[in-house]
Ligand binder design. Structure first.
Ligand code: MSP
Length: 501
């Protein structure tokens, strides 16, 4: 199966924080898993540079907008690398390839008769980069970002209202077009409530992509940004057009705050421009840090992203996906990162590997005998986790794997290999227990690879098992005999607890 996954492209008006990292981590986990299942994947992330708020920050810093984005793009490009995420392409909306594609795309909409000229008179929230109606405001202000600006300018409008029926038909035909279900309902009722045309241009802003039919105006940032999902495919591989390969095999991952743009505006724009709509959109919730939303406008002091240097990318990935039921909002704290690092990663998983390898070293001189037994702790883990992934339930998948980790730990306590080792008559039993533990860890490592890739690879190596990550490996009894197994170094060495801010 072809599986093309995108993250939203991030606004570069400031530096990345854990909230952005959350989307990128989740996307990377999904893509890694799909690769293990044998899918032909393409993973896109990048930055959204033509926003008014980006232009303003550049001005404040006394830089040209282009100079500013060139500098900060370097920082954003590091985000996936710091998280050990491996996108196939990193798009910048100031790429020439993107700009050319957007102009063509908008021209198609224009030629199709879906664009008309009008005067926009109303309110704009620069924080949201969105036009606002009075009903969306609280005491005249954006509940998220505060004061809004009054705008009156000549704009070009897209006939969104004309697409209401077609969008409803699409939603009715494809009940899993948007997930989770409550987000589907939210998007559908927004459409059913009646759509209004929206402005796709801005006058008087020198920063952006000039419209092909009126160079005095630039594309409204969302009319430019959404197109990245298609444009990137046209130039990510020089000399190759990946659009026919990966479109419409697209899945968009996004935060709930940008649901309408993705689930309503974007499909309508695609239909108008003559493209098919993506396969699926999944809207996740907010990761709240210490009960407050982590966002640059609120300026939380400590950012768990900075803790990657201390805890490592695997621990941060694990914590982010384990803290919140994927799709819902949830809160997490730096303390909870430390706690999960020690208790779950260090004790549950790390100690299990240390004990297993130490026992194989001590009782069997480093040799693992291949004595696959019936049953075992793994059961149908591969199927269960696969199903969870198909439903985008990443936290559920992780919990299913952790149940097996706990089971393996109980197995050690119950079977007491140290007692079996004292009795020569029970040598076969000891071999069987050691095999079950090593084999269980091997299968768990493969299942965990999408979440914590570095750790998984270390586990397989410590057990003398090949680095074969194919999903079929998540089954009991597949371990091969190995020798030279040594007591493994701690997977998660102790770190000092964070001092409260
Ligand atoms: N530039 C637009 C997206 C354009 S896509 C064509 C944008 N950028 S953003 O930088 O503001 O947000 C990007 C993503 O980060 C969104 O999915 C948003 O939900 C996510 N997050 C930002 N803070 C977040 C949390 N605290 N928690 C979870 N995700 C949040 O919107």
């Amino acid at each position: 199966m072809r599986f093309y996954l995108t993250t939203p492209i991030y606004y570069v008006n400031s530096s990345p924080h854990i909230g952005h990292a959350y989307t990128t981590i989740a996307a990377d986990v999904v893509v890694r898993h799909r690769r293990q299942r044998g899918d032909d994947t393409f993973f896109l992330t990048g930055v959204d540079e033509h926003a008014t708020k980006v232009y303003r920050v550049a001005e404040q810093q006394g830089l040209s907008a282009q100079e500013y984005v060139d500098r900060i793009a370097v920082v954003w490009r590091e985000l996936p690398a710091r998280l050990n995420a491996a996108p196939d392409f990193f798009i910048r909306t100031s790429d020439e390839g993107h700009k050319a594609f957007v102009r063509e795309f908008l021209q198609r909409i224009y030629d199709n008769g879906d664009v008309y000229e009008g005067v926009y008179e109303g309110l704009y929230c620069v924080g949201c980069e969105a036009f606002k109606t009075e009903s969306e405001l609280v005491d005249g202000e954006c509940p998220e970002h505060g004061p809004v600006e009054h705008i009156e300018e000549k704009n070009y409008f897209f006939r969104l209202a004309a697409y209401g029926e077609r969008l409803l038909a699409l939603y009715d035909e494809r009940p899993d077009f948007v997930l989770p279900r409550f987000r589907y309902n939210e998007a559908r009722s927004f459409i059913a409530g009646g759509l209004q045309d929206f402005s796709i241009s801005r006058a008087g802003q020198p920063w952006g992509i000039p419209l092909p039919w009126d160079e005095e105006q630039v594309a409204y940032v969302w009319a430019d940004a959404l197109v990245n999902y298609l444009s990137a495919l046209s130039y990510a591989r020089p000399g190759e057009d990946l659009v026919p390969t990966f479109w419409p095999a697209a899945r968009h991952l996004l935060g709930k705050d940008i649901l309408r743009f993705h689930c309503v505006y974007w499909p309508a724009m695609l239909l108008s421009a003559g493209y098919e709509v993506p396969v699926q959109l999944f809207a996740h919730g907010w990761l709240l840090l210490d009960e407050r939303k982590i966002s640059k406008s609120l300026g939380n002091v400590i950012d768990p992203l900075d803790l990657i240097d201390v805890y490592g990318s695997d621990a941060v990935r694990f914590w982010a996906l384990r803290s919140v039921s994927f799709g819902q909002d949830g809160s997490a704290s730096i303390e909870s990162l430390h706690e999960r690092y020690e208790r779950e990663l260090g004790n549950d998983l790390g100690n299990l590997l240390s004990r297993t390898t130490a026992m194989i070293a001590q009782y069997r001189d480093g040799q693992l005998a291949a004595v696959p037994s019936a049953g075992g702790a793994i059961g149908s883990l591969g199927e269960t986790v696969g199903e969870r992934f198909d439903a985008w339930d990443l936290s559920g998948g992780l919990e299913a794997i952790w149940e097996v980790v706990r089971l393996l730990n109980r197995h050690v306590e119950q079977r007491k290999p140290w007692e079996l080792a004292k009795d020569d008559a029970r040598a076969d039993e000891l071999d069987a227990v050691l095999y079950e533990l090593a084999d269980g860890l091997r299968a768990v490592a493969i299942a965990l690879w999408a979440f914590i890739p570095e750790t998984s690879e270390r586990i397989l190596e410590a057990l003398g098992q090949p680095a074969d990550l194919a999903w079929e490996g998540v089954a009991g009894g597949r371990s091969i005999a190995a020798d030279g197994i040594e007591p493994a170094a701690p997977l998660f060495p102790r770190v000092d607890a964070p001092t409260p801010a």
